[in-house]
Design a protein around this ligand. Structure first.
Ligand code: ACM
Ligand code: ZN
Length: 622
């Protein structure tokens, strides 16, 4: 009997512990972003205490990296974590070399006694460390700040290019902002920061041989408002808004980024998007007329924003620019733009027309390819690999030019099969300037890319030549991104879907499961003082003409199983208001607005989304 009771107790104990272990396991499985290739949780726990040490690997070259790790961990644990060259045999974190692993791969092993991160390269240690810190920080939020559950993780990225682009021309962001951005992106194993350094609204990089690019081209009149319809400069108005990176700024930024294994890739956008270049040196345009850097949309303003591609002196300046970029940016790549060129300037230019004749070209489209090939040669002569926006893929282009495919995925499929390396940033899935909520409520110029939509990004669309895919990126154009908080807001949480899609080789979780993971990471963004959009909780309303000519509304959400409450009487709804039941709703006579809100249980999840009935009628074409 006694033995029976003991056995029963033991069995019960095992049952209870295995249930709670399964729960813990499930919880942890859910939380890592991006999902590692393989994760096996155990039952023991490693506990940090005042004696826990980071063991320095052999060779001084790694000391700075490990000291960075120890500082980060000290911040999380709120206590000093030491580094040492030897251990007492337990309670340490060790970094070892495993040459069998891939370039950025790592193995993270947590036992009761020690934590080991093995990798072939320090970048692997870095990514293993990011995974460990995610577990530590999620545990901190769960109230288990000094514990790491026993686990074995093996992991490596699916793609080498896991990028984010910031347009620093439309609005300027100084290096302090970029460093904070790098910190955040690298926590999610994103590893390329593409800087769109030049455009019609400002030239942002010091070129010593061409000082007017920054003394003139980096500055414009200050304006706040909407991209289209920004008031033009007044005669004689001071150009006080702007800024640029000195070459020393870039050297420091590159050094900082390298400690987080982020490659900074520079872009000068040529031959279009070049108003700042033309304003600085009017002789590079076909018309040679004086121009001003603009605050808003230059196309509506009809400014010459294209360089003359017939004139050899244009290439002399481009050679100087590329030469200096190649010196200060250690990246293998230089992006030369190539998008959205208004070619009619060339049609009306004698020099450009002569170039077409001399080179035996058919038209201005072939002149574009001539220009891109010629600039690509300059890039290669400086020892770098050129990248161009997808439109650079016109006829007769050199296969040594990497295609950054932006309009849709078809461009990438086509280029990859024509022998070009490709980077995918299809606008409708990965553009971060596109708004995340209802267009009526957003100060964003273009179209929508909601969080759930961004998760659909597949860097390997059907028909693509897989071996030519370098990876993909999210691209943040900043026409209406005037400050750092908005920069973060547009990036997160969509940056999490990018990280998952670009790093994780594990089976892709369904949207509801990934959404749960995102929700568990939002407090980490808050912990980092990083702004993010919670508009994915917003009710989404659709307006349609009903059978009797009336307008009927339906409501949807990106989040499954969330309640939407609404009001037509211009009061703010809460969870006691009418709940949307999935059927079309009629608009009461006299109503001016619909107001909607989402709730999970008693917790308000969305803002109040208020839309005028007149706007909905417009959408229903009534
Ligand atoms: C682009 O969006 N013009 C590359
Ligand atoms: Zn010309």
């Amino acid at each position: 009997m006694k033995i029976f009771v003991k056995t029963l107790t033991k069995a019960l104990f095992l049952l209870v512990t295995s249930i709670s272990f399964a729960k813990a396991q499930q919880k942890n499985e859910l939380t890592l972003i991006p999902q590692p290739s393989s994760v096996t949780w155990g039952t023991a726990t490693f506990k940090f205490d005042k004696q826990t040490t980071l063991l320095l690997p052999k060779g001084d070259e790694h000391t700075a990296l490990i000291k960075n790790f120890s500082e980060q961990l000290s911040g999380i644990l709120k206590q000093q974590v030491k580094t040492n060259t030897k251990t007492s045999g337990k309670n340490f974190i060790q970094f070892s070399i495993n040459k069998d692993l891939g370039n950025e791969a790592y193995k993270l092993q947590v036992t009761k006694q020690k934590i080991e991160i093995s990798a072939a390269k320090p970048s692997g240690w870095f990514y293993g460390w990011q995974t460990l810190m995610q577990i530590a920080r999620l545990n901190l939020l769960n109230g288990n700040s000094h514990q790491i559950p026993e686990v074995t993780i093996t992991d490596e990225p699916k793609f080498a290019w896991r990028g984010l682009m910031i347009d620093v021309s439309r609005h300027f962001f100084d290096t302090a902002v970029l460093k904070r951005y790098i910190d955040q992106m690298s926590k999610y194993k994103l590893n390329v920061l593409h800087l769109h350094l030049t455009d019609n609204q400002g030239w942002r990089i010091e070129i010593k041989q061409l000082p007017k690019l920054t003394s003139v081209g980096a500055w414009r009149v200050p304006r706040t408002g909407y991209w289209s319809g920004m008031p033009a400069p007044e005669p004689g108005e001071a150009t006080t808004y702007g800024g640029f990176y000195s070459q020393d700024d870039i050297k420091e930024l590159v050094r900082y980024a390298s400690t987080r294994f982020v490659d900074i890739v520079p872009e000068v956008d040529l031959p279009g998007h070049s108003l700042a270049f033309v304003a600085s040196y009017p002789e590079v345009s076909c018309t040679k007329t004086p121009q001003q850097v603009l605050a808003g949309d230059p196309w509506n303003a009809k400014r010459t924003n294209v360089v003359c591609v017939g004139n050899d002196s244009t290439y002399t300046k481009i050679d100087q620019i590329i030469g200096e970029l190649a010196e200060i940016f250690p990246s293998k790549y230089i992006h030369i733009g190539g998008d959205e060129v208004t070619r009619n300037y060339w049609s009306n230019c004698k020099v450009c027309q002569k170039r077409i004749q001399d080179e035996g070209l058919k038209n201005v489209d072939e002149l574009q390819s001539y220009f891109i090939n010629r600039v690509a040669k300059i890039v290669k002569a400086k020892g770098k690999t050129p990248i161009g926006w997808y439109e650079t893929l016109e006829k007769g282009l050199d296969t040594g030019i990497v295609q950054m495919s932006w309009k849709d995925e078809k461009g990438a499929v086509k280029s990859s099969n024509e022998g070009h390396k490709v980077i995918l940033t299809p606008a409708f899935l990965t553009y971060l300037d596109f708004y995340q909520g209802d267009p009526y409520l957003e100060n964003a110029p273009f179209t929508v890319n909601r969080l759930s939509n961004s998760y659909k990004f597949n860097p390997l669309p059907e028909g693509i030549n897989v071996k030519n895919v370098l990876g993909g990126q999210g691209s943040l154009w900043t026409e209406q991104v005037p400050n750092e908080r908005k920069l973060q807001f547009m990036t997160w949480p969509r940056g999490l879907t990018l990280a998952e899609n670009l790093w994780s080789a594990a089976p892709k979780p369904t949207w509801p499961i990934f959404l749960k993971k995102i929700e568990s990471h939002l407090p980490l963004l808050t912990l980092d003082s990083t702004n993010y959009s919670a508009y994915f909780y917003d009710p989404i309303v659709f307006a349609k003409k009903g059978d009797n000519g009336d307008i009927v509304l339906t409501i949807d959400t990106e989040v499954p199983n969330i309640a939407v409450h609404y009001a037509f009487d211009d009061t703010d709804p809460d969870q006691f208001y009418p709940k949307y039941k999935g059927q079309a709703i009629a608009i009461p006579k006299g109503a001016k607005n619909i107001r909607m809100v989402s709730y999970r249980g008693d917790t308000q999840k969305s803002r109040i989304v208020k839309l005028p009935i007149a706007e909905l009628k417009r959408r229903a074409k009534l």
